[in-house]
Design a protein around this ligand. Structure first.
Ligand code: Z5A
Length: 207
């Protein structure tokens, strides 16, 4: 059995990940590619409980290291229970956020050093890295405007614009350092326009 591909989708708050993951799912179904769609933090009952803690706006005393370790605790569970078995069964795994979000949010956003994150990445993932990461990119203010219509902000959504500027800069830097693994998708303009850009990146992967 050939191992499946591992595709992750990233971006700052409000860039349209959820909207476009539904498009990506349709794309692969039409291409008759067997996929497994999942998300982080979360993806298993235990990891979803950790997600609830991480997003809970009442957890005001959570330290940066606690946040980082909880992200990787959820990831360890998700990887072993879902992602690795799916890849080994030949499915292509599409994950809404993964470790690049840790580098962007806990690294860029919170200021934890990359080397510290890399230790946990190696520990939890071994040599597993995504085959392709789509970064949906949009000026922060526009993303926040798009996301603004939503209900009560979670622990991350309460952050200020400067935090999200650092997150965005970290994503762009990750892509600059390993361009073969990342595609930066311009997430501005209409949903149709964004999706035609995503389609181009996926067509390339399928050939
Ligand atoms: N996090 C972390 O810190 N470290 C980690 O390692 C991981 C995660 C894995 C939860 O993630 C939080 O976890 C996240 C980072 C942190 N916090 N933040 N911020 P999440 O992925 O569940 O949460 P999210 O970033 O808030 O994503 P979301 O809710 O899925 O939003 P979105 O995908 O970016 O946007 P959307 O819901 O698809 O679109 C927003 C609105 O814009 C919506 O009304 C759409 O209809 C509209 N939209 C979409 N596209 C367009 C276009 N092209 N034009 C106009 N309007 C549009």
């Amino acid at each position: 059995m050939m191992r499946g591909k591992f595709i992750t989708v990233e971006g700052v708050e409000g860039v349209g990940k959820t909207t476009n993951i539904a498009f990506i799912e349709r794309y692969f179904i039409q291409a008759r590619q067997d996929i497994f769609l999942t998300r982080e933090p979360g993806g298993t009952p235990l990891a979803e409980k950790i997600r609830d803690l991480l997003l809970d706006a009442r957890q005001t005393s959570m330290t940066n290291d606690t946040e980082l370790l909880l992200m990787f605790a959820a990831r360890a569970q998700h990887l072993n229970e879902k992602i690795l078995p799916a890849l080994e069964a030949g499915q292509w795994v599409i994950c809404d956020r993964f470790t690049d979000a840790t580098y962007a949010y806990q690294g860029g956003g919170r200021g934890i050093s990359k080397t510290r994150i890399a230790v946990l990445e190696d520990w939890v993932q071994g040599d597993l890295r995504p085959d392709l990461t789509l970064i949906l990119d949009l000026p922060v203010a526009e993303g926040l405007k798009r996301a603004g219509q939503r209900s009560a902000p979670d622990r991350f959504e309460q952050e200020k614009q400067v935090f999200f500027e650092r997150v965005r800069a970290s994503y762009l830097e990750l892509a600059r350092q390993a361009p073969e693994r990342y595609r930066i998708i311009d997430a501005s303009g209409s949903i149709d326009k964004v999706q035609s850009r995503i389609k181009e990146a996926l067509d390339e992967l399928m050939t």
